[in-house]
Design a protein around this ligand. Structure first.
Ligand code: PEP
Length: 249
């Protein structure tokens, strides 16, 4: 199963539902191949309820982009807990996006977010990634393993956790890792997860960073890659659909 996950970030108003309609229609028509992939779109909180209701039992699923690190209710102005997300019928949540790490979310907070989301039975898309400096210093794998180790517990059910490798230097920049580089990182991380978390589990790792209808060609040969987290190109139904089309071309 391959995942095509769109992250809308701070984009979208109620009328943007037409973007989802078009994507949903495409997936519905793409009968032969759509058994092999899953589409998840992450709109902002303001659209979660509407989109979740509208696409219940349809071809695409809806994800939250983040959640608060404490559960249920509390005096936390402006925040939304995993419990509140779950009660909308949302099944997925992105945790640890680098834009939020940069805004102050540290490994400790992310560990709490993951735990609170696990308690609410949400599927988690957990983002990891190194910055330009760390890459230059050849620290990539250390950074990624540390991010995993600090926030993910061995006890978790990894059928409900997808890891998204998103190099910070690639997000929104048009810069991409080479096929070899990415392939080695994915293999290495999967080995690390098997050795340190669960020998029997098939861990799933996605790639995110400047994926579009052109760059997707570069990644389709990487067999052990389980899908893509797509930012900018997920805000247009055409661009998003073209990514799927070109992946299977
Ligand atoms: C992202 O921010 O998760 C992302 C992958 O962005 P983009 O595709 O725009 O690089």
């Amino acid at each position: 199963m391959k995942y095509f996950i769109g992250n809308w970030k701070m984009f979208g108003i109620p009328g943007s539902i037409k973007i989802l309609d078009r994507i949903n229609n495409y997936v519905k028509k793409d009968k032969a191949r759509s058994k092999n992939y899953k589409v998840i779109i992450s709109p902002p909180y303001t659209l979660l309820e509407n989109f979740t209701k509208s696409f219940k039992n349809k071809k695409i699923s809806i994800s939250a982009q983040n959640c608060f690190h404490k559960n249920n209710y509390g005096s936390h102005t402006g925040f939304v807990s995993p419990y509140m997300i779950k009660k909308l019928g949302v099944k997925h949540v992105i945790i640890g996006h680098s834009e939020n790490r940069e805004a102050g979310e540290n490994n400790h907070i992310l560990k709490e977010k993951v735990l609170a989301s696990v308690k609410n039975n949400l599927n988690i898309i957990f983002c990891i990634g190194e910055n330009k400096y760390e890459k230059r210093k050849k620290l990539t794998l250390n950074v990624l393993k540390n991010q995993i180790r600090k926030s993910l517990d061995k006890k978790y059910d990894f059928k409900k956790i997808l890891i998204a490798y998103e190099p910070i230097w690639s997000i929104g920049s048009g810069k991409l890792p080479s096929e070899n580089e990415l392939s080695n990182i994915i293999i290495n991380l999967k080995n690390f997860l098997k050795m340190n978390y669960n020998k029997k589990h098939n861990f799933r790792i996605l790639y995110g960073g400047s994926v579009d209808s052109k760059s997707i060609h570069k990644f389709k040969k990487i067999k052990h890659l389980d899908g893509f987290l797509i930012g900018g190109a997920s805000k247009s139904s055409k661009k998003f659909i073209d990514i799927i089309k070109n992946f299977y071309k």
